[in-house]
Design a protein around this ligand. Structure first.
Ligand SMILES: Cc1cc2nc3c(=O)[nH]c(=O)nc-3n(C[C@H](O)[C@H](O)[C@H](O)COP(=O)(O)O)c2cc1C
Length: 196
């Protein structure tokens, strides 16, 4: 199979990481791959805030988990599960109560991706950018997970540490590192194509 297809099929959201740093030159390659993503009107609206300080990553995990738990309490877990209709969300909620680092999973690298708040296509562009990063990581023997909860970083007490200007919006975090698990692929739904 061609390498790109192999990476697409073998990429998994990995939620366990070895205690091994990722060399800076590999992080640079990931960001370059992100920069090669298509963007609406070629705005290239993304900015990357790369966090490798383990203590800070852990602090943000705890602060974000705290915010998420507050939300669970507000809506009630059943309501939230109904709203999201997602197995992942439900299992992650349960993880909150059991796990140590249930947001960034002890990954050595967290990349927060922002765009200007005013950018109409920012969220889509970031999605494309993040996928490039994750496939490039796979090609280099790294694993990743997109972390939507990363968006909550904006509301954490330590947000100032990231120095993200008020004009920018955090859309997503991508965590990266040397994975310590090999999750089975989720079955993909195939009844979603209409041939005309
Ligand atoms: C926009 C987006 C946000 C996500 N947010 C989270 C998250 O906050 N925490 C998490 O553990 N996984 C998160 N995921 C990972 C998904 O749960 C995962 O991609 C999905 O279950 C499919 O599994 P796979 O990536 O291994 O194929 C997110 C994925 C996407 C695309």
């Amino acid at each position: 199979m061609q390498e790109i297809l192999k990476n697409i099929y073998e990429r998994r959201a990995v939620r366990k990481y070895k205690d091994m740093p990722v060399p800076n030159d590999l992080i640079d390659i990931l960001l370059d791959a992100g920069r090669m993503a298509p963007s609406a009107m070629n705005h290239q609206p993304w900015k990357f805030y790369v966090l490798t300080n383990a203590k800070k990553i852990h602090t943000f995990s705890k602060e974000i988990a705290h915010l998420a738990i507050k939300e669970i309490k507000q809506y009630g877990i059943k309501e939230l599960a109904k709203m999201t209709l997602s197995h992942f969300h439900l299992s992650t909620m349960i993880d909150f109560l059991q796990n140590e680092d249930h947001i960034f999973y002890g990954a050595p690298v967290v990349i927060f991706i922002t765009t200007p708040k005013a950018d109409e296509w920012g969220a889509l562009d970031v999605g494309m950018c993040a996928q490039n990063i994750m496939l490039a990581a796979k090609a280099m023997g790294l694993d990743t997970c997109p972390v939507g909860f990363g968006r909550y970083v904006t509301d954490t007490p330590d947000y100032f540490y990231l120095n993200i200007p008020d004009t920018e919006q955090v859309h997503l975090a991508v965590i990266a590192g040397y994975g310590n698990e090999q999750p089975e692929p989720h079955e993909r739904m195939e009844n979603n194509a209409v041939y005309l």
